[in-house]
Design a protein. Structure first.
Lengths: 106, 115
């Protein structure tokens, strides 16, 4: 089970965002983060806990290992307001996603 | 350009069947495991099924016994046969390529189950 917090995060452009994902068992470094905007498919942001996917801006970073992981957006741009999901990737099939964190404009 | 395109969604009645398709392009399809992920209206992402390049298959408990995943590598295609559909299967269905995460997603196809 993956538990994300908070469920909703209200921030302003330029602020720093931190989204947490806690796993019920150790995942090593094998956790991914996805971004989903309204009406769009999810997009891979981070894999293996801290590696940015192709084309992902440097303001997105991931950290953590074991059971506790964090997605950080260093300085929010208007296009970053979206829903973020984590997913375990330490086994195949990948399976469970976290329940999602909605990042909204304050 | 690496791309996935789903098709086959629609409106059907409870108990009926649908077959979803996903065509991949811009990459060597047979080299990758593939997935179906769905999203019910206003809800989060739910993993549905996965298939490896060697045809090993897994299903979520919610669809086990009703859905069948398959692939045709010669046609660069992934399929999801959905039988005995229920109202709770209403969702957007995405196919996604699997590397060390789900790195490429299609745009989704909408399935609506309603009498």
């Amino acid at each position: 089970v993956l538990t994300q917090s908070p469920a909703t995060l209200s921030l302003s452009p330029g602020e720093r965002a931190n989204v947490s994902c806690r796993a019920s068992h150790s995942l090593g470094i094998y956790l991914a983060w996805y971004q989903q905007k309204p009406g769009q498919a999810p997009r891979l942001l981070i894999y293996d806990a801290s590696n940015r996917a192709t084309g992902i801006p440097a303001r997105f970073s991931g950290s953590g290992s074991g059971t506790d992981f964090t997605l950080t957006i260093s300085s929010l741009e208007p296009e970053d307001f979206a829903v973020y999901y984590c997913q375990q990737c330490n086994s195949w099939p990948r399976g469970t996603f976290g329940q999602g964190t909605k990042l909204e404009i304050k | 350009e690496v791309q996935l395109v789903e098709s086959g969604g629609g409106l059907v009645k409870p108990g009926e069947s649908l077959r979803l398709s996903c065509i991949g392009s811009g990459f060597t399809f047979l080299d990758y495991s593939m997935n179906w992920v769905r999203q019910a209206p206003g809800k989060g992402l739910e993993w549905v099924s996965s298939i490896s390049g060697s045809d090993v298959k897994f299903y979520a408990d919610s669809v086990q016994g009703r859905f069948t995943i398959s692939r045709d590598n010669a046609k660069n295609s992934l399929y999801l046969q959905m039988n005995n559909l229920r109202a709770e299967d209403t969702a957007i269905y995405y196919c996604a390529r699997d590397t060390n995460a789900l790195d490429v997603w299609g745009q989704g196809t909408t399935v609506t189950i309603s009498s």
